[in-house]
Ligand binder design. Structure first.
Ligand SMILES: Nc1ncnc2c1ncn2[C@@H]1O[C@H](COP(=O)(O)OP(=O)(O)O)[C@@H](O)[C@H]1O
Ligand SMILES: [Mg+2]
Length: 299
């Protein structure tokens, strides 16, 4: 194998990943790479297949076709084995142990890295006691890193929403990953929390952890990412630097729901629009035209 971290070592490689649910193809032949040291953004309209793709990467779903490798080794489609291999994730819908403390939530995240395992950690058996000190030290280090050390003994369910999201990140980091997947990390956050999360993601990357994030907050994504991929209806439409992606009119069209050349049904939509335009000119008092472009907005 190659040595640890040169700038272009692939950490994650998805090849030709397809996920079907009955007749619905949620992800279609997606090739995707994350290199060491990279922050990669995955964007796309609601229902584009982003979370489904994450689930294929993390073993929650077994892709209908294709394969996923981590540092050159094909991953077994089992979540705990994927975590053990070095991929950690957070969820779009927060998944914490609500009635456990902040510290306990992070300790649970360490179970793939300690010999004792999850049940021993939860039941605090004799094996756990021995490993406890080291694990607790590391967990406190992580809580300190995300700024929640002072809340170690609070119940997770009593944390404000933004802090619960941060705690989920700490728990993911507790498995000592080489790649961190974040599914909408700023959902429900206020602008200050979002900015703090931006700093946090940079700091995680600076520790040598590659990052793949799904986000709706475009400013957040374009600020952070070295590379951005756009998923539309399960297919990777565009991939490139934030500059390239922002300038691509197909991306704008996909988000605004307007047709672009070659889009499914584009001809039909153009016909309808032409008809509507005719109707507008025929009726001077027509209601405000919602198709009037406001393209001038920056990012
Ligand atoms: N477990 C599932 N069973 C059936 N359909 C699903 C399942 N998970 C997701 N889908 C469908 O796959 C499509 C993509 O969903 P999702 O990956 O959640 O999109 P995104 O995260 O981009 O908003 C949607 O049409 C959704 O309804
Ligand atoms: Mg989603």
């Amino acid at each position: 194998m190659t040595t640890m971290t040169t700038q272009t070592t692939p950490v994650l490689e998805a090849r030709d990943v397809t996920m079907r649910f009955g007749g619905l193809t949620a992800v279609r032949s997606v090739d995707f790479t994350v290199n060491s040291g990279e922050i990669v953004g995955l964007i796309g309209p609601n229902g584009a297949g982003k979370t489904t793709f994450f689930n294929c990467l993390t073993g929650l779903y077994v892709p209908t076709e294709g394969k996923v490798s981590y540092k050159g080794t094909v991953l077994p489609p089992k979540p705990h084995l994927v975590t053990q291999a070095g991929i950690a994730r957070t969820f779009q819908n927060i998944r914490l142990f609500a009635n456990m403390t902040v510290l306990e939530n992070v300790l649970v995240g360490r179970h793939t890295r300690t010999k004792e395992g999850l049940w021993s950690a939860l039941l605090r058996g004799p094996g756990f006691k021995k490993a406890e000190k080291a694990s607790e030290d590391r967990s406190m280090e992580l809580l300190d890193f995300i700024g929640l050390a002072h809340k170690r003994d609070h119940l997770a369910r009593n944390l404000p929403y933004g802090e619960q999201r941060k705690l989920e990140i700490a728990r993911a980091l507790a498995s000592e990953p080489g790649l961190l997947l974040l599914d909408e990390p700023t959902a429900g956050m206020n602008p200050q929390e979002t900015r703090a999360t931006e700093e946090l993601v940079f700091a995680i990357r600076d520790q040598g952890i590659a990052i793949l994030l799904i986000e709706h907050d475009m400013r957040f994504v374009f600020n952070l990412s070295d590379r951005v991929a756009v998923l539309v209806q399960g297919e990777k439409l565009v991939e490139g630097t934030p500059q390239v992606v922002q300038a691509d009119e197909r991306v704008v069209a996909a988000y605004l729901g307007t047709p672009f050349e070659g889009a499914p049904g584009a001809d039909e939509v153009a016909e309808v629009e032409a008809a509507e335009a005719d109707a507008d000119t025929a009726t001077p008092t027509a209601t405000a035209d919602s198709t009037t472009s406001t393209r001038g907005e920056s990012q």
